[in-house]
Ligand binder design. Structure first.
Ligand SMILES: [Mn+2]
Length: 316
């Protein structure tokens, strides 16, 4: 670890330009980890790193500290070359979106991730799929390196933990609670941070509620399937996490699937499990993710994807 941290420090010190990205359509962990790292680099090296994203940032995250610093990849000059590119919570190279060309052009790539990935791109990797959030890895490295943290970085690291653990519901190791405890001791205010995320558009909440109301149930109520069709999908902001969360609360439901008709013949599928791991099902549809929370994008009609997904749960 210490040797890797020395390389990290050396690379940041020597870099003339630094960029940071998470996965396309970033979630709380991607955005907050990237912004925390940007601020850590500012505080400890007095360098400005550019945080770049692709896709849509959900409105829930509008009020997170330093949110305005995030730049859309299309607004970064096409031929811009960063010496150092840092990937946080990016998943796999398939999820880089528009940031990919800048990553490929960089001299050195460092990654902090907690997704399963057997094809990493980093020249230096701080990866651990057992960690609850990418921010937890950043915290551990910052702590070991004795980096200074300020109020913004403490809030951002905690926000990433709150979002990726579903308000601590998915905590499966005491490690993340120790990190959270340290962040609270350093001033993180969990109630305030949790409220700051309650920031959805009304139309999004109404579309999510409708999807919950129209959900179907299979295999004696063990699988719940919700669908958001094209016109409603445009009003959805984020992944429809509320739909997945509410259906998972139903007694007897072990698996929840949300089908999102992003375009004709392009269906986003989110999988959640209270039972067996479902990442292999997501992988069978060309996607991936975590053991109990995964997703895929399938290029086929909504009806066909709907039927294929239900079949995939046969025998679970
Ligand atoms: Mn994450």
């Amino acid at each position: 670890m210490n040797k890797k941290i020395n390389v990290l420090i050396e690379k940041i010190k020597n870099a003339k330009s630094i960029a940071i990205s998470g996965h396309k359509n970033p979630d709380g962990d991607s955005i907050c980890s990237a912004l925390a790292l940007m601020k850590i680099i500012k505080l400890n090296f007095n360098k400005t790193a550019t945080v770049i994203y692709d896709g849509n940032i959900p409105r829930d995250l509008d009020k997170v500290p330093l949110r305005k610093e995030v730049q859309y990849y299309g607004n970064v000059p096409e031929n811009k070359k960063f010496d150092l590119y840092i990937l946080v919570d990016y998943g796999t190279k398939l999820h880089l979106g528009g940031a990919e060309k800048f990553v490929n052009a960089a001299d050195f790539v460092i990654e902090f991730d907690h997704h399963f990935n057997d094809d990493t791109i980093g020249d230096l990797c701080f990866d651990n799929p057992e960690k609850a959030s990418a921010s937890q890895i950043i915290y551990d490295v910052a702590h070991a390196a004795k980096f200074e943290l300020d109020a913004d970085t403490i809030s951002l690291l905690m926000l990433a933990i709150i979002t990726d653990t579903g308000n601590f519901k998915f905590v499966n190791h005491s490690d993340v609670l120790r990190v959270a405890a340290n962040l609270v001791d350093s001033g993180a205010n969990i109630p305030n941070l949790a409220n700051l995320l309650h920031n959805k558009d009304r139309k999004t909440v109404l579309v999510e509620s409708k999807a919950v109301s129209n959900a179907e149930f299979f295999y004696h109520g063990r699988l719940a399937v919700a669908t958001i069709r094209q016109p409603d999908y445009k009003k959805l902001d984020g992944r429809g996490e509320m739909v997945l969360g509410i259906l998972a609360q139903i007694c007897g439901v072990e698996y929840v699937v949300l089908l999102k008709e992003q375009k004709e013949n392009q269906i986003g599928v989110s999988f959640r499990s209270k039972g067996l791991p479902i990442n292999s099902i997501a992988e069978s549809f060309g996607g991936g993710g975590h053991l109990y929370a995964a997703g895929a994008v399938v290029m086929d009609s909504l009806d066909r994807v709907h039927d294929m997904v239900i079949k995939a749960f046969k025998g679970m």
